[in-house]
Design a protein around this ligand. Structure first.
Ligand code: ADP
Ligand code: TRP
Length: 345
């Protein structure tokens, strides 16, 4: 008996620079999964349109934004995520890696799903409410976001969706939509499960959770003086150098622990407790760890960035594989709802 291998899928929004929280909380696990299962990873550029204005304002002074700047922001952010993932070890021969908008069938499926999705379901979406509270325009697209996400997941008939806690409600909505579609038109979709990323809750330089919204990040691809400045500005208490310190209450130690072996952690913890170690020295040790860990990734990213056409070719190849799957699903869906299995053209 042959069993179909489980298919993993996840999407990343191209919304700016990635930081250590993203890496240790999500990306590292996603990349590791490519060794175990069939993975589909995509850059969610259709989704990013819902917050493109904010992303553009992060790059350009509000007064100076021209229409072309928005398109440029999306293109640049999308390319950046592609570089980041490829540099960090995503292997396009193992995982199917592509840009969401290169498979436009997903927008068609989202429309069909919208007709089996209750308003009430979407009205309960916490993420929509939070975004509107933060000042993001309440567009229909922002409200519709979870339906497009259901289409992302189901068009590839994925089983497992690794995500952070904030996305769980969206996956539950996907389960709802898949169930409703299956009951209405016949069994086409597997009901996907989420898998929570093991979030170590990486602290930012101010001790709150690291997040681009808090301006407290250490970016994965920062280097040189800029990185040094960020690490040196990590907030610590004012215990003098000679005094013993509690490693468990120190942001520098928490960040160091992400990179260190158990022995290295124990050794540094012992020095904290013994006194005589200043926070400045601990920060230098952390900086060295960051450089040693991400150094090779930075080099790889620079090489990739120098060959944008090769990156584009990889994305196109991924899109072809993804699109072939999407078209198979759409043929079933169109038939099931009473349309011609393939659209014209
Ligand atoms: P941000 O808070 O910077 O906007 P995102 O919400 O885009 O980050 O995060 C993408 C994923 O990265 C999350 O779903 C989560 O799994 C992970 N992540 C983000 N910040 C952290 C953090 N400080 N600690 C652990 N994981 C994090
Ligand atoms: N909404 C997700 C986020 O902000 C990104 C995303 C879009 C996604 N479509 C998806 C994640 C499908 C998993 C599956 O992080």
């Amino acid at each position: 008996m042959t069993t179909t291998p489980k298919r993993v899928l996840s999407g990343v929004q191209p919304s700016g620079k990635l930081h250590l929280g993203n890496y240790f909380g999500a990306i590292r696990q996603h990349i590791a999964l490519q060794e175990e299962m069939q993975c589909f990873y995509f850059i969610a550029d259709y989704h990013a349109l819902t917050t493109l204005e904010e992303a553009t304002r992060r790059r350009i002074d509000r007064e100076k934004i021209k229409p072309a700047d928005r398109a440029e922001t999306l293109r640049e952010n999308t390319f950046d995520v592609a570089l980041d993932y490829l540099a960090l070890g995503l292997d396009p021969d193992k995982a199917v890696f592509f840009r969401q908008s290169d498979v436009p069938e997903v927008a068609e499926l989202a429309w069909i799903f919208s007709t089996v999705t209750n308003m009430g379901l979407l009205e309960r979406a916490v993420s929509y409410k939070e975004k509107v509270e933060k000042g993001i325009d309440a567009s229909v697209g922002l409200f519709f976001y979870p339906v497009l996400m259901a289409a992302d997941i189901l068009i590839y008939r994925s089983h497992l969706v690794p995500v952070g806690k904030d996305q769980v409600q969206h996956i539950e909505m996907t389960q709802d939509i898949a169930g409703k579609f299956n009951r209405t038109y016949g069994d086409i979709f597997p009901i996907p499960e989420y898998r929570l990323d093991k979030e170590p809750k990486v602290p930012g330089i101010d001790g709150q959770k690291m997040s681009k919204s808090y301006n407290n990040t250490i970016d994965i691809f920062a280097e040189g003086k800029a990185l040094q400045k960020t690490v040196m500005s990590i907030v610590t208490d004012s215990t003098p150098v000679e005094a013993p310190k509690d490693p468990e209450r120190c942001n520098v130690f928490a960040l160091y622990s992400l990179f260190a072996t158990e022995e290295e952690k124990a050794a540094l913890a012992a020095r904290y407790r013994a006194g005589g170690l200043g926070y400045g020295e601990a920060k230098k040790m952390l900086l060295e760890k960051i450089n040693a860990y991400f150094g090779p990734f930075r080099e790889r990213r620079k090489q990739l960035a120098a060959h944008p056409d090769q990156v584009e070719t990889l994305l196109q190849r991924g899109a072809q594989r993804a699109r072939a799957e999407a078209r198979k699903t759409m043929a079933l869906v169109r038939q099931a709802v009473g349309m011609k299995a393939a659209s014209m053209g």
